[in-house]
Design a binder for this molecule. Sequence first.
Ligand code: NAD
Ligand code: UD1
Length: 337
Amino acid sequence: MAILVTGGAGYIGSHTVLALLQRGDDVVVLDNLCNASREAINRVEKLAGKKATFVEGDIRDRACLRDLFASNSISAVIHFAALKAVGESTRMPLEYYENNVAGTVVLLEEMRDAGVWNFIFSSSATVYGADAPVPYVETTPIGGTTSPYGTSKLMTEFVMRDFAKAEPKFKAIALRYFNPVGAHESGEIGEDPAGIPNNLLPYIAQVAIGRLEKLGVFGGDYDTPDGTCLRDYIHVVDLAEGHLKALDYLSKVEGYTAFNLGGGKGVSVLEMIKAFEKASGKAIPFEIKPRRDGDLPAFWADASLANTTLDWRVTRGIDEMMRDTWNWQSKNPDGFR
Ligand code: NAD
Ligand code: UD1
């Protein structure tokens, strides 16, 4: 039996495929490569010393899914495939709902028809919306999302919840990621954003490598210790390991359930800059800019449910996140290209 990983050539997917192969699982990757490179999977296979089956295809393509389920024996699906740029989602909401929500519905229908009932979904802390109390805890109702991207994650959780109510065989876990950063310690795989990065750490790394001149810090007057926003950054390898724990836990799940995957601590933008400078020995020029629309001042996870139920916790801190980001960026100044 193999694990189907949709979006497995992407940033978090590739680290998870590596962890699965390293523990001996068979893996089928389905990715349309709209935001990834085939090279990521080549490198994963080299690191693991084991091959994955790679299918270049789309989760919205029924014929492709049917063929995939018919020709591989799949025990569970880890579903990363999605569009993920918040700003872009406000300009192209229909594309986001079509890809992220309708695409997941097609995937679930084809899973049902193939008799595959185990499902893990990449959700996001963003599903708690703008007004949830901090730290975020799974018992807080989700909703109040502020972008089509965020709403697409919320809607997908609702689709999972309702399908699980109707179909007792369906077992589903939504993993709500906080802020994934870092790279595999080998420096062979990491985050390779197309164009100018939206997210903080890829931006910092590209300033360090000389591809960008200066970081803009969005807001220096928040009600936080140093005036910049606080986020719960999580090392991508810790996050990948969370997926393995969730996979192992699926057999105990009844219906649909959700876990926060975060470290449980808020770190400021200025602290991130300092930590990166320490790890890389590079100065990061920055300038305080106006607040970015839609940014929340501070949020972090209460991850105690994942700690106790999944027996999962983060083991890598900010220093490792920075070391591994810099290692990846300096070894691959142009990403996978
Ligand atoms: P990514 O863009 O690197 O990975 C997504 C992968 O899915 C890419 O390889 C892309 O080519 C593929 N893909 C997209 N649409 C597809 C489709 N229709 N059919 C097949 N493949 C498709 O992003 P990531 O950072 O690795 O994120 C993975 C998942 O985690 C996404 O669902 C994302 O929304 C979610 N997430 C990410 C973050 C983050 O900060 N990176 C935070 C919370 C949640
Ligand atoms: C963003 C998304 C969120 C998504 C997450 C992961 C928004 C509003 N939120 O979260 O929905 O789940 O990415 O993809 O886009 N920052 C700067 N300068 C920069 C970039 C970022 O100061 O050039 C600051 C931001 O203001 C924020 C922090 O760094 O305070 C982290 O930003 P980012 O990495 O974009 O993550 P989020 O905004 O938390």
